[in-house]
Design a protein around this ligand. Structure first.
Ligand code: E4P
Length: 214
């Protein structure tokens, strides 16, 4: 399973990119708004840091508007992936963009049937929201399992991005379920990297090292 970072914060992207563990970035309107900066300026900066798929989301709700925004965003860089909400107009826009060779990431997926429609419309990626499903007392990871099964069974090439990740177990469960990618917030990367036994181990090695004759 590949790892993306789910943020629009440049410092966070730089830090985790330097670990060498990510190969893509996802943003959304809320994450962009948190930065208080111009949308396109932020996206320009992100593509200069990470050499992989960078999702930038459209705001329009009608297909024509989505396509118009997508064509502009796609001009920023070859790695731009257009994030499109899972609606009827979204599917129409995905289908048009697919024919133009523009990659899409269908977002706000909450069911396997939505994922199947998005894939058939020509989506490059689908993003089921695991955490937000958990928030409403559903087992978010079940959707990942269902989509993996369906795509495998029918030879569908659309990649599954496990999104709305809240903690390391979401990442592990997504990997076990067979998601192609997990897009992970900065704070979850920080939790994943830590283990008290690692810290203790380092402490003990350094203490023992003091006894090595110099
Ligand atoms: C997906 O690409 C979204 O940006 C993101 O994962 C949403 O997560 P949230 O539910 O924590 O806002």
């Amino acid at each position: 399973m590949k790892l993306f970072i789910d943020t629009a914060n440049i410092e966070e992207i730089k830090e985790i990119n330097d670990w060498g563990v990510i190969c893509g970035v996802t943003t959304n309107p809320s994450l962009i708004a948190k930065e208080g900066r111009d949308f396109k300026e932020v996206i320009h900066e992100i593509v200069s840091i990470v050499d992989g798929p960078i999702s930038a989301e459209v705001i329009s709700l009608n297909a024509d508007g989505m396509v118009e925004e997508a064509l502009e965003l796609a001009q920023i860089h070859k790695n731009i992936v257009i994030k499109i909400p899972m609606t009827k107009d979204g599917l129409k826009a995905v289908s048009i963009l697919n024919k133009k060779g523009i990659k899409t990431n269908v977002t706000l997926i909450f069911s396997a049937s939505q994922a199947l429609l998005a894939a058939r419309a020509g989506a490059t990626y689908v993003s089921p929201f695991v955490g937000r499903m958990d928030d409403i007392s559903n087992e978010g990871i079940d959707i990942i399992e269902d989509i993996v099964d369906i795509f495998d069974l029918h030879g569908i090439g659309t990649e599954i991005i496990s999104a709305s990740i809240r903690h390391p177990m979401h990442v592990i469960d997504s990997a076990k379920a067979g998601a192609h990618i997990a897009t992970i917030p900065y704070n979850v990367f920080q939790t994943m990297v830590k283990h008290p036994m690692t810290d203790l181990g380092i402490e003990r090695f350094l203490k023992d090292w003091e006894g090595v004759p110099k």
